[in-house]
Design a protein. Structure first.
Length: 166
């Protein structure tokens, strides 16, 4: 059953508990979501500009090392050349959806740097995030969206704020 309702979340998960424990201001939203829901759909459901909703793209390195989590605005694509340059790799690649889920242990649509803290993933956030005080990211499970301050996201995930979209 798919509804177009959105409401402030009452359920809690590891991400919301972490944000509460660190006293980071955030809002959590439950969205009608399935495998085909994308970040632009999420922005429409939330009633916010799509550029304010950041999707997490898993990027693998050609050499050894943990994958990279690249956060780009909903309407944008991740630029693999810019990501490779940012992490000093000759080449990076996009895994399949199934591979991304295996690498992170999370379902696509629910992959979030907040759910993968201390798991060794390098996090890159597209520089356009600095146009907003708060942005929306996945809350670590499909259908859960978190709005939080950009600075808090960067500090928590130790992210680099750098141009990585095309």
């Amino acid at each position: 059953m798919k509804t177009d309702s959105i409401h402030q979340m009452t359920t809690r998960n590891n991400v919301t508990r972490l944000l509460e424990a660190r006293k980071i201001p955030f809002a959590a939203f439950e969205l009608a979501s399935d495998e085909k829901t994308n970040a632009v759909d999420t922005a429409l459901q939330l009633g916010v500009p799509p550029e304010m909703v950041f999707k997490t793209i898993v990027v693998t390195r050609s050499g050894k090392g943990k994958p990279i989590l690249a956060l780009v605005p909903a309407p944008a694509e991740v630029d693999l050349k810019l990501v490779a340059s940012a992490v000093n790799e000759k080449k990076v690649a996009l895994p399949t959806q199934k591979e991304a889920e295996q690498l992170t242990g999370l379902q696509t649509g629910g992959i979030s740097p907040l759910a993968l803290l201390n798991k060794g993933f390098q996090v890159l956030v597209d520089a356009s995030a600095k146009n907003f005080s708060d942005i929306h990211v996945s809350g670590g499970q499909r259908g859960l969206n978190i709005r939080l301050p950009v600075q808090a996201l960067i500090q928590l995930t130790n992210a680099k704020l750098i141009p990585i979209r095309r």
